[in-house]
Design a protein around this ligand. Structure first.
Ligand code: GDP
Ligand code: IMO
Ligand code: MG
Length: 423
């Protein structure tokens, strides 16, 4: 069986967690392939809200296996907190959670390095979640990293020490004013590693291969969004992994010709958290309304998300790079009540009108060109069938489908599992 992918097409927080949870009943295995605890994936069902950071969003389904793939970076401390919460919810994760031996480990000093690097950048900071993501991937590509499989070796603590000592020297180099008590952080870390070591470690690429051969269905869950991709995103204001479809091949060991459907998720408008260019960003009442109605606060850091109109230039680019076969539009309910909606269909770029995503989308180079749409006022959260959706929303959807040359198969009208309309 081919592996299906589910990816965010914007700057993250599109609603990936919700849709993975909704789709899990159709899959045997849910697998995360990149990112780490910088992600915050929200699931809402039975009146409760759950936020997952490293653990795949299929974990609440007893019948599905949940794999943390080799491309993911794991912070044992945050992982433990997630597991403790699952235990409170009586989720029997030991039966279903699998971890790749090749996944890299985030050390406490990786987090400190992240903080020191950001502090030293001043105004040019990335706006990182400060979870140690960049430094951990740097150690991975620099061939210095500590992997989950290393925890099974007798000398792993020596390896840990050597790496942490090196990091301490690097932290000094930044000369940034960050306060920390490494001994305290390490106590917490070693305690959390104990729990991690009690879980099931596997050679995940072999597991994925054999599962495919046995006809098992697999859904790969992306983190972040395409515009935060290390290669194709708004560099340097990006994350440190490939968030796009190719990341699933390297992050799980799936061959490119074994990819099936690619589900691309986007919000009916756009948000971004952290620094970096955002051509359709709003600084007026419309932006405030989106933030308020959409409750746009980061699921990991609690930071306010910047809001703006839908950017079709960015969306088209993301569809291209990922080979999206089906689109899912989230948070349509948040746009109820706007008299007029705008969609950016092109950029004025250095005196020219362009429809592709250029090298540089800094505000001094790019001005959005908008097409306007009539809004709708109906409360969508009570609607369960496509035929009930307001005419103006259908016009909006039809326009996007045509422009993106891809069908929109799910329209999400609220955070709950049930507030999902299939077309
Ligand atoms: P993810 O990182 O892509 O999983 O998305 P997040 O969980 O960070 O952010 C999405 C937010 O929107 C969460 O608070 C969800 O509960 C919420 N959400 C998801 N879908 C919808 C929707 O259709 N309507 C509304 N109003 N909220 C939604
Ligand atoms: P999910 O999976 C939104 C952003 C950060 C920052 C930049 C780099 O929930 O969609 P990093 O911590 O990776 O060094 O931060 O990327 N960022 C996200 N924004 N959703 C996410 O994940 C994000 N993960 C990282 O805000 O701008
Ligand atoms: Mg999120």
């Amino acid at each position: 069986m081919a592996v299906d992918l589910l990816l965010g097409l914007q700057w993250g927080d599109e609603g990936k967690g919700k849709i993975v949870d909704v789709l899990t009943s159709k899959y045997n295995i849910i697998a995360r392939f990149q990112g780490g605890p910088n992600a915050g994936h929200t699931l809402v069902f039975n009146g409760k809200r759950h936020v997952l950071h490293t653990i795949p969003s299929g974990i609440f389904h007893e019948d599905a296996k949940n794999l943390v793939g080799n491309g993911v970076v794991i912070d044992p401390v945050i992982f433990k907190k997630e597991l403790d919460k699952l235990e409170e919810q009586k989720v029997d994760y030991r039966k279903t959670l699998l971890i790749s031996r090749k996944a890299h480990i985030i050390l406490p000093t990786h987090r400190l390095l992240d903080a020191a690097s950001e502090a030293s950048k001043g105004k040019a900071k990335i706006g990182s979640t400060l979870k140690g993501i960049g430094p951990t991937y740097m150690d991975k590509t620099g061939r210095n990293g500590l992997r989950v499989g290393d925890l099974e070796l007798s000398d792993w603590k020596e390896r840990y020490r050597a790496l942490a000592d090196k990091h301490e020297a690097m932290i000094d180099f930044y000369n940034a004013e960050i306060q920390y008590d490494l001994a305290e952080l390490e106590t917490e870390f070693f305690e959390a590693v104990k729990l991690l070591k009690s879980l099931t470690f596997i050679d995940s690429e072999e597991y994925v291969y054999q599962s495919q051969k046995e006809g098992k269905t697999i859904l790969a869950e992306g983190a972040q969004g395409s515009l935060l991709d290390i290669d194709f995103g708004t560099y340097p204001f990006v994350t440190s992994s490939n968030t796009t479809a190719a990341g699933a091949c390297t992050g799980l060991g799936v061959a490119p010709n074994q990819i099936g459907d690619v589900f691309g998720i986007f919000k009916a408008y756009t948000t971004r958290v952290g620094s970096g260019p955002f051509p359709t960003e709003l600084f007026d009442q419309d932006g405030e309304t989106m933030a308020q109605v959409g409750q746009e606060f980061g699921a990991t850091t609690g930071r306010a998300r910047r809001c703006g109109w839908l950017d079709l230039v960015g969306l088209k680019y993301a569809c291209q790079v990922n080979g999206v076969t089906q689109l899912m539009m989230m948070k349509a309910d948040v746009l109820s009540g706007f008299k007029t909606l705008k969609v950016c269909t092109a950029y004025k770029y250095k005196g020219e009108v362009i429809e592709h995503f250029p090298y540089n989308i800094e505000p001094e180079n790019v001005e959005p060109v908008y097409t306007e749409f009539e809004g709708w006022s109906e409360d969508l959260t009570k609607m369960s069938e496509y035929s009930h959706l307001p005419k103006a929303l259908n016009t909006y959807i039809d326009f996007l489908e045509k422009a993106l040359e891809t069908p929109i198969t799910i329209v999400s009208v609220g955070p709950d599992r049930k507030e999902t309309i299939f077309r």
